[in-house]
Design a protein around this ligand. Sequence first.
Ligand code: NAP
Ligand code: 8YV
Length: 318
Amino acid sequence: MSTPNLLMIGDATDEMLSRLTTEFTIHRLDEIADLDLWAKEHGAVTEVVMTNGHHGIPPSVMAALPNLKAAAGYGVGYDAVDTDACVARGIKVSHTPNVLNGEVANTALLLLLAGMREFRRDEAWARSGDWEMQGNAPLTRSPDGKTIGILGLGRIGQEIAKRLSIFDAKIVYHTRSKKDVPFDYYSNLVEMAADCDVLVCITPGGASTDKIVNREVLEALGPEGMLINVSRGSVVDEAALIAALDSGKLGCAGLDVFEGEPHIPNALKTSARTILLPHVGSATRETRAAMGALTVDNLLQWKADGTLITPIPECAHL
Ligand code: NAP
Ligand code: 8YV
């Protein structure tokens, strides 16, 4: 059986590797000391890569693989992939939609509860002995019956809305086009933020959403408001967020993603108004197994007949 080259960008689980090693000859980008040197021997005969939402396909890799035909993404977001360049070169790209909707929605709910019920402070209160020494912890806010705005009501956004029904929340949303859903639509994000207790960001990253959550949006959300970002760091103006939290113009923020991740600004790390996660929205064993299986299924189907199971929309016609 032929085992064509596969260039692996980023990590894979053991399950993914065990399925792939019998079908492909795997080259790992993080083990290649000199990409130009490697490309002289392998570049022209490497037609497929596997990557993830963080790394995408670096320009150096695009240049090193003149005959690249397919790229399978281990994740749903593909803002790190230059889709115009892929379409122009006829490179098919796949991603992993739907299989992670529930998990990312769970992460948004985790941040919502931790923020409104001040989990960090109260956990420290219990652990530090403050309860014995100072008495009961100050009261927090209930998530029940609040107005929650969802920025990006796609596959994951709709799952978040579904799960928020347990809080009897009023759901409103902002997207570029109105959806056929039973929630109030706002064509203006600032106006929606002004009417919300909580704003949950779950759009794709990229140029059209770059810093869409700016100072005006954050200040409209207000001193009692909460921002949750489980989308991409680029969606929120991080400097404006830090200023709004420091000045008390925004109540608190629950963040899974950051502009320069894995770097997190100190101002966010030290703020009592933040709950921070290291981009783990989909990072459970169960969900990563499903994402990994779909990624490998895409690669095997491409190897068998040159097609992908879940191509990104931009490449679906290729
Ligand atoms: P999706 O189904 O494509 O939904 C995207 C939604 O965003 C759509 O409702 C879309 O509606 C809206 N949108 C797109 N551009 C917009 C803009 N410029 N302004 C306002 N709304 C916009 O995507 P999904 O599967 O739900 O995933 C969403 C994103 O979540 C991914 O792309 C990824 O970046 C992120 N994500 C993060 C994690 C994590 O670990 N934290 C995990 C998975 C995914 P319109 O087109 O009508 O605007
Ligand atoms: C992952 C994600 O962090 O799917 C996405 O868009 O952001 C996450 O699920 C990543 O892509 C896993 O490799």
